[in-house]
Design a protein around this ligand. Structure first.
Ligand SMILES: [Zn+2]
Length: 228
């Protein structure tokens, strides 16, 4: 907060801005005198940066209010998960419990009493920002609690659980019924002497190999306003 921009301007050579336009040219060449340092360019923080700073402050605040007291150094992945669960109370995403009749319905016809939680997409983005902020604030990458394996597992469970509860297929897998005639009859057992005529022209024609199923995890999480 206290940005002590070192203004040690005691020895500043205060030379007057003498615009000596002694030349005959009428155009006044204004030489912009750049001050020596001490003037960072006022780059406006991007939306991501300001959001990241807000998230970071929220997390530090959470640590301060933690009982028992918790410092950043002693913070582990389990504490991060605890923090994410704590944020659920501010969530706006309806996540149906397994007993709800609308479990798995993307558009329920009526309201229900299921809890609101933070959408997985919000949490995932939040962790990304906090992970970066941790290291920007001097934390070591190898001890970054936001990059802990437990956090990753937790986020995956949240994603899968919400996808089921909200009926959002996050894994589109079109099962096209192509009649794949696998000509995998390798000409191995051809005991016909030594006529190796580059055998087996089978299977060389299908250059669109079936391995191009891009598993796009389009988890469309609308209304993921991170109200942190
Ligand atoms: Zn419900």
């Amino acid at each position: 907060m206290d940005s002590s921009s070192g203004g040690c301007g005691s020895g500043a050579p205060s030379e007057p801005p003498s615009t000596t336009t002694a030349t005959t040219s009428p155009t006044i060449t204004v030489t912009t005198v750049q001050p020596e340092g001490s003037s960072p360019p006022p780059a406006p923080p991007s939306r991501y940066e300001s959001q990241k700073r807000r998230d970071w402050n929220t997390f530090l605040q959470y640590l301060q209010n933690h009982k028992p007291p918790l410092t950043l150094v002693r913070c582990s992945g389990a504490h991060v998960i605890e923090f994410l669960k704590y944020l659920d109370q501010f969530g706006k995403t309806k996540v149906h419990v397994s007993g709800c009749p609308y479990f798995g319905h993307p558009n329920p016809p009526a309201p229900c009493a299921c809890p609101l939680k933070q959408a997985w997409g919000s949490l995932d983005a939040l962790i990304g920002r906090l992970r970066a902020a941790y290291e920007e604030n001097g934390g070591r990458p190898e001890s970054n609690p936001f990059g802990a394996k437990a956090v990753r597992i937790y986020l995956r469970e949240v994603r899968e659980g919400q996808a089921k509860a909200r009926g959002i297929p996050y894994e589109k897998k079109k099962r096209k019924r192509t009649t794949v005639t696998v000509s995998a009859v390798s000409s191995s057992g051809v005991g016909g002497g030594n006529d190796d005529s580059g055998g087996g022209n089978g299977g060389a024609s299908d250059n669109t190999g079936g391995g191009t199923t891009a598993t796009t995890t389009t988890n469309v999480s609308t209304a993921t306003t991170t109200t942190v």
